[in-house]
Structures are given as C-alpha cells and as structure tokens.
Design a protein around this ligand. Structure first.
Ligand SMILES: Nc1ncnc2c1ncn2[C@@H]1O[C@H](COP(=O)(O)OP(=O)(O)OP(=O)(O)O)[C@@H](O)[C@H]1O
Ligand SMILES: [Mg+2]
Length: 309
C-alpha cells in the first residue's frame, strides 16, 4: 500500500490569500490522520489539494496510486440533488466499479435504508451528510479524505462514522479526516496534523502530541483519617519541582498535579505509606484540554514540528 507525501505545499488563492505555507508531512497506510486547527487554518484547502479538487500554487502531493482510488467528501455538501439517497450512492458505486452489495452495506451502516427512496433535496442536513459520507466510503480505496464528516451528525452517528473510519484505516487504507470534535479525534485517530494560519504546527501520534503539549494529570486522594500538620508539611517539602500539591483545608484529602508523561506509578509511589488512603482518582488532560490551553496562552508546541513516526 502506498504512503501519501505532502511536499512543501503552498496555496495562494486568486485574491492573494495564502491559505497554506510550505506544508510537508508523510502519512503511512493504516493511519487515521486527524487534521485539526482553528476556522480558517487551512484544513479544507489542504484536504482539497490532497483530493485533487484544487491545485497547489507550489509543492506537490505524491502517492503512487491513481487519482481514482482517492475517495473524498468535501466540507461543502456535494450530492446530486435530483437523485434519491440510494441513487446518489449507487452512482459512485457504478463509476468506481463497486458491487451493488456495498451500496446496501452503506445504506445500512449509515441508517439510510428507510429513506433510500427519497430525493436528496428533501432530506435533513444530517441525512445529507450521511449520503455524502456514503458516497465517499462506498468504494474500496487506498486513500479516503473526509472534511468534517461528523459536522451536523447526531452524537451516535458521529461516533459510528469515526469508528468506521478507524476500521478502514486498520484495514490498511490511509484515512485523512478534519474535525473540530477533539474528543472523537482522541478516541479514534492515530495521528494528528495541527495547522495554524496555513502553517504546519505539529505532526505527531495523538498521545505524543498531548504529552509534548504539556498535558498534566491530577491525582485526587481521599484520606480515611486526617493527616497531621507535620505529614502535610513533609508532603509539601518532598514535592518534585514540576509537580504541584493542594491539600484540603481540613487535611482529609490532597491532590497532586504532575506532567502526564510522569505516569501514575511514580505519583502513587511518592505518597507516604503512613497516609490513610481511602480513595484515589486520576484526571488526565485530554487533547481538547491541551488544545484550548495552547490557544489561550498562544504558546507553540515545543519541539514538535513535523516529527516522523
Ligand atoms: N476560494 C477561496 N478564495 C480565497 N480565500 C479562500 C478560499 N477558500 C478559503 N480561503 C481562505 O483560506 C483560508 C483557509 O481556509 P480553509 O477553508 O482551508 O480553512 P479551514 O481550516 O478549513 O476552516 P474551517 O474550520 O472553517 O472549515 C481562510 O482564510 C479562508 O478565508
Ligand atoms: Mg474547512
């Protein structure tokens, strides 16, 4: 299976707007790559170039497969309005030499069976989005490119589509998907490309990105018996430099915040054995947490520009 190479891609639209500036990365088969970034960051421009819908001003996208095997769903709805739901998906199946049985599978997967005879013009926005996804996924392809496929879908449908994309990637395809649903991205995608004002900020496996972005975890400890004042003082004295500690005013509990990369075990080992620990819970910062924190502080992700796997 081929890899997909985005090589120094720059896009300047006719009005002079530079939507992408020298973006380069390589995606290996079997990857579900999430393209994330603010509105206007350049995600659609990038995905449209990869799909072959628009041309880059300079640079290139290379893959050793023919264009016919890249299946895509753009952000703006593109369906045949006069055709029925079924005919819309069937049309793509015919054009790609895909067996009709896969049309049925798509209708079933996307819960479109009941409305398969309705004309696209008269169905709901979320149903239209499902039709568009059905058109993108009906054929077997080496590369799938979907621009915000879960926008407008109900939560169950969004989950189903993301899980299905993950399965396609697990089957060996390369799947690129843009999304603002960072929780879904964290659950399903393997890697992330972060764009900011047309520039590549990071290309990393998701968990690696979260760690490098400075994610922390908070371990909450409830005590069965109050600590003594000297126990609390000893805890504060022995705190590693990049950790922070809060103790309950009545000394019945504490919480420790440490870098996510530290891992839970060292934090548990750090708790003195004479503390009467009754309950423990750990809260890890999510992709969404670190994304929001990063933009709130406007800080770059350290040392993470285009790191290959
Ligand atoms: N056809 C066009 N002509 C001129 N400028 C454009 C065109 N399409 C997009 N742009 C501009 O290029 C930049 C990137 O747009 P793009 O649609 O790629 O962003 P995006 O990351 O997909 O945003 P969103 O999250 O809103 O979908 C924006 O500043 C946008 O205004
Ligand atoms: Mg977009």
């Amino acid at each position: 299976m081929p890899s997909l190479t985005v090589d120094q891609v720059t896009k300047r639209y006719r009005n002079g707007k530079e939507a992408l500036s020298g973006v380069s990365f390589v995606v290996e088969p079997g990857t579900l790559l999430a393209v994330v970034g603010h509105n206007g960051a350049g995600k659609s421009t990038l995905l449209n170039i990869i799909s072959g819908l628009i041309r880059p001003s300079s640079g290139a996208v290379r893959t050793d497969i023919g264009r016919g095997r890249v299946m895509w769903a753009p952000q703006r709805t593109m369906v045949d309005w006069s055709l029925t739901v079924r005919q819309n998906i069937e049309l793509v199946a015919r054009l790609t030499g895909t067996p009709a049985s896969r049309v049925d599978l798509m209708l079933q997967l996307l819960d479109l069976e009941k409305i398969q005879g309705q004309q696209a013009e008269y169905i709901s926005g979320g149903q239209l989005q499902r039709v568009q996804i059905g058109r993108a996924l009906v054929a077997e392809a080496a590369v799938y490119v979907l621009d915000e496929p879960t926008a407008g879908l109900d939560p169950a449908a969004g989950e189903l589509v993301m899980n299905h994309l993950r399965d396609r990637a697990a089957g060996g395809s390369t799947v690129l998907v843009s999304s603002h649903d960072l929780d879904a991205v964290e659950r399903t995608a393997s890697d992330l490309v972060l764009l900011d004002a047309g520039r590549l900020q990071a290309h990393l496996p998701i968990q690696e990105f979260i760690r490098r972005a400075g994610a922390t975890m908070k371990v909450n400890v409830t005590l069965g018996a109050r600590m003594t004042v000297s126990q609390a003082a000893a805890l504060a004295d022995g705190l590693p430099p990049d950790w922070s500690l809060e103790t309950e005013p009545d000394l019945t509990g504490l919480s420790v915040r440490a870098p996510l990369a530290t891992g839970l075990r060292p934090v548990l080992a750090w708790l003195p054995p004479d503390l009467a620990v009754q309950d423990l819970s750990a809260e890890k910062q999510s992709l969404r947490d670190v994304y929001l924190a990063r933009y709130a502080e406007r800080t770059p992700v350290p040392e993470s520009v285009t790191v290959q796997q």
